[in-house]
Write a protein that binds this ligand. Structure first.
Ligand code: ZN
Length: 235
């Protein structure tokens, strides 16, 4: 039983860093957007009565915050309706002075406020906090864009870098979305395909959840008819 839920951005540069600094049940989406992962957080905290803390790791040079800033600057048409609804609209009517201010101040505040609503929804006391990761401090090897992939996992205490390796994907090249239901991840997947131009989408399969994988695959196919999601065993 975990005592902590660790929420992060899906960014390809983060799994190794997060794995080194935080243990617990891992959850991730574009931008560490708590409002869009609320159902997952509430369900996990209700299931696991040992959970005493939820920590959200936002970061600098965040692609999702780049999209938020870009949309505010008049380019919302570049983004699909799903990510507009789940991420961009969260920041509508808010103000910030530029990308840096958005990432270091506004996003921290937005995510903390969303986290503070969780304990009442779960029905018990849970500590919440937001930490900022300086992405520039992470050593990231040069990787060709053609190797970038999106790995979709269920929330788990297992090591994310290990899941990336088991899926046959490359460290620092793999965006990771970790939510209970793939239907909660459609905006993040849309952003990854349309705006980050990631070619491969891989559904991580655990032996215990094969039936779930089939329904996830159908959900993906109906949301993105041109997508050919792959499957890989990650346990
Ligand atoms: Zn990010």
């Amino acid at each position: 039983m975990a005592e902590r839920i660790v929420a992060t951005c899906m960014d390809r540069r983060l799994p190794q860093k997060i794995g080194a600094i935080a243990d617990g049940i891992h959850v991730s989406n574009a931008g560490c957007n708590i409002a869009a992962m609320r159902d997952t957080l509430v369900a996990l905290a209700r299931q696991d009565k040992e959970i005493r803390e939820i920590v959200a790791y936002v970061h600098t040079d965040c692609g999702a915050m780049g999209a938020v800033d870009d949309a505010r600057n008049g380019h919302v048409h570049k983004y699909g309706g799903r990510i507009k609804h789940t991420l961009l609209d969260v920041f509508m009517g808010r103000s910030w002075k530029g990308r840096d201010d958005l990432e270091r101040r506004e996003n921290v505040g937005v995510q903390l406020k969303a986290l503070e609503e969780i304990p009442a929804l779960v029905g018990r006391e849970i500590a919440v906090r937001v930490e900022l990761i300086e992405t520039s401090a992470i050593k990231v090897p040069e990787i060709d864009h053609s190797e970038f992939a999106l790995l979709i996992l269920k929330p788990s205490e297992s090591s994310v870098p290990e899941a990336i390796s088991k899926a046959g994907l490359k460290q620092f090249a793999t965006y990771v979305v970790q939510l209970l239901n793939v239907s909660e991840a459609l905006g993040d997947i849309e952003l990854t395909i349309n705006n980050l131009h990631v070619g491969r989408v891989v559904l991580g399969v655990a032996a215990s959840s094969k039936a779930q994988t089939l329904s996830d695959k159908q959900t993906l196919k109906s949301a993105f008819p041109n997508l050919e999601p792959e499957e890989a065993y990650v346990e």
